[in-house]
Write a protein that binds this ligand. Structure first.
Ligand code: FES
Length: 576
């Protein structure tokens, strides 16, 4: 156990004279009794609660449960707000602000008298943002994600948030659904607190936090409204006090072994491609070697076990009742696909945490011997003259017949340019077309939004075509599906070869060979490059300028170049 004198909070609350008085007196304006300054661990609870981030709106109540646990364990809890990023509302994309949340939370954790932190997240970017912050400060930390919504219910069937939106839109365009039915479906899809209940980015990142060992077993899957979510939050409050006493920090938990586990678990759950960018960014904060190619190599022998939308049929509520993430992790451990000794916030190895985990529904959680999808069908990393820095494709959300495909490019410089003509019956497009949407990367949009899976041209939808190959330097929602090549690096706005493609060029996608090829001669590409002009900057001031001047490409996690790495938690200078 760390001696009280070693707790960093003692530098504030244990100080004598004017300085100590200032630190304590103003805190007492909240009505705390003096015992809170007796040397007990001070635990910050970083909450991304906001009515503008509906997926996180209940985190205020989750924080109350965390506080109970902290008090029980002899700590002193203090809740503080961190930037809430609502995926559905923020323009131009919540991803533009992930690094800002990470920077804000990092500075708040370091600048305040905290010995440990509990990280409350939910909506897509809040989980990686807080993990990046915790990694850079490296104070003992436990994450509690807010949990998924209850299953959506519409006309007697389950509907998954996000995934259903794409289908409803296609049905509306194709005349299979009326505007009134769509309006009713809105409320049926989102009917409780919580984040998206498909295996979208929020559920994926909650699972990644658990697979990394940063949140307690089952935390990723309890529904937001389930009493066990609040019980787990209370337990997390107890656990973080223990972590402070043991001095067990994120850098000792999120090791290379833990990231390997996360990459494999992501493959097993059919997780979002966004996990690639976020895990690379978190690893970058810790100095853990993790490359884009690891996501392909490590996952090649991992089958998809979880039958969840958008790749499968079920939703997070079903996943929870089937046994949750521990049942999946146990299955991987027994197949030799897990670093079982990787330490977690429980103080035990991840293998020990799940040793008794049971599966109650093999329709939802399959086995390695009889998987939902065979090994090697997860996220693939592509390279070639169109993506020298790499690109990714989620095979399980793609159409099998398009994974080897050659077609002529139809190129648009923005999603808006495409949507301006996508309903035109004269649009020169067919089922073999390769739709290129560019200038959607970290610099180009800016913020690398989830716009890559543009809806199919109306002409094709009316003919019953459900998928064509799309290529983009942006991202795709984890709830989405389609044969979409994502995260092309370098992006067009950074002068990547994607900027040089012209309508009519031949492009070959060969996922089994992991290649993406623009069939244009090098001399012709050099000629096009000589005449290429970079786009004008998006902003002359503020965050957007800072972001676009410093953001790294997708294959490096799209963090800011000066945020990579850690600064630790020391702040030697007094404020008064
Ligand atoms: Fe918040 Fe999907 S919109 S998790």
């Amino acid at each position: 156990m760390t001696a009280n004198s070693e707790l960093r909070s003692r530098q504030w609350f244990g100080a004598t004279g004017r300085t100590g008085m200032a630190h304590r007196s103003w805190m007492r304006s909240q009505g705390f009794t003096p015992e809170v300054f007796d040397g007990r661990p001070v635990i910050g609870i970083a909450t991304t609660w906001s009515e503008l981030a509906p997926c996180n709106v209940h985190l205020h109540r989750v924080a109350e449960s965390v506080k109970r646990g902290v008090w029980q364990a002899g700590g002193f809890p203090l809740e503080f707000p961190a930037m809430a990023l609502g995926e559905t509302l923020l323009r131009p994309t919540a991803m533009l602000y992930r690094n800002l949340l990470a920077m804000e939370a990092e500075e708040l954790m370091r600048a305040n008298p905290l010995d440990g932190v509990v990280l409350l997240s939910g909506c897509d970017k809040t989980t990686p943002g807080l993990l990046m912050a915790a990694a850079s400060v490296d104070l003992p930390a436990v994450m509690v994600t807010g949990g998924p919504m209850l299953n959506g219910k519409y006309q007697g069937t389950d509907v998954g948030s996000g995934t259903a939106v794409w289908r409803f839109e296609e049905d509306l365009v194709a005349g299979r659904m009326t505007q009134e039915e769509c309006a009713f479906a809105e409320s049926c899809m989102s009917r409780s607190n919580g984040h998206c209940m498909t295996m979208g980015t929020a559920s994926t990142m909650a699972s990644m936090a658990e697979a990394l060992g940063m949140q307690l077993p089952y935390s990723a899957t309890w529904p937001a409204v389930d009493a066990r979510r609040y019980e787990t939050a209370q337990r997390a409050g107890q656990v973080v006090v223990d972590l402070v006493r043991q001095d067990l920090r994120p850098s000792a938990i999120m090791t290379r072994a833990a990231f390997e586990n996360a990459v494999r678990v992501n493959a097993a759950i059919g997780g979002s491609t966004n996990a690639v960018v976020h895990l690379l960014a978190i690893a970058g904060r810790l100095g853990v070697p993790l490359s884009l190619d690891d996501f392909d190599v490590l996952a090649r022998d991992v089958p998809t076990l979880v039958n969840l939308q958008p790749s499968g049929q079920y939703l997070m509520e079903d996943f929870c009742y089937a046994g949750g993430l521990p049942a999946v992790i146990r299955e991987l451990a027994e197949a030799g696909l897990l670093n079982s000794d990787a330490i977690t916030v429980t103080g035990s190895g991840i293998g020990a945490n799940v040793a008794a985990a049971e599966c109650w529904n093999r329709e939802v959680i399959k086995t390695v011997a009889d998987p939902f999808q065979p090994a090697g069908t997860g996220t693939a990393v592509l390279r070639g003259n169109l993506a020298p820095g790499g690109a990714v494709i989620k095979q399980s959300a793609s159409s099998a017949h398009l994974l080897k495909h050659r077609g002529r490019a139809l190129v648009f410089d923005s999603p808006a340019d495409y949507y301006a003509v996508s309903n035109d019956p004269e649009l020169d497009v067919d089922e073999d077309t390769v739709l290129v949407i560019r200038y959607c990367g970290p610099v180009g949009y800016p913020g690398m939004p989830e716009v890559s899976n543009v809806a199919l041209p109306r002409k094709l939808l009316l003919r019953g075509v459900r998928d064509i190959v799309r290529i983009c330097d942006g991202r795709m929602s984890g709830t989405a599906y389609g044969t979409v090549v994502l995260h092309v690096a370098p992006e067009a706005a950074a002068g990547g070869p994607l900027a040089l493609v012209r309508t009519g060029d031949w492009i070959t996608l060969d996922v089994p060979a992991r290649t993406l090829t623009l069939e244009v001669a090098d001399e012709e590409l050099a000629d096009r490059r000589a005449r290429w002009q970079p786009p004008a900057p998006h902003a002359s001031r503020g965050w957007t300028r800072l972001y676009t001047e410093h953001v790294l490409q997708a294959d490096a996690g799209a963090d800011l170049d000066f945020l990579v790495g850690a600064s630790g938690h020391e702040v030697p200078r007094e404020s008064h």
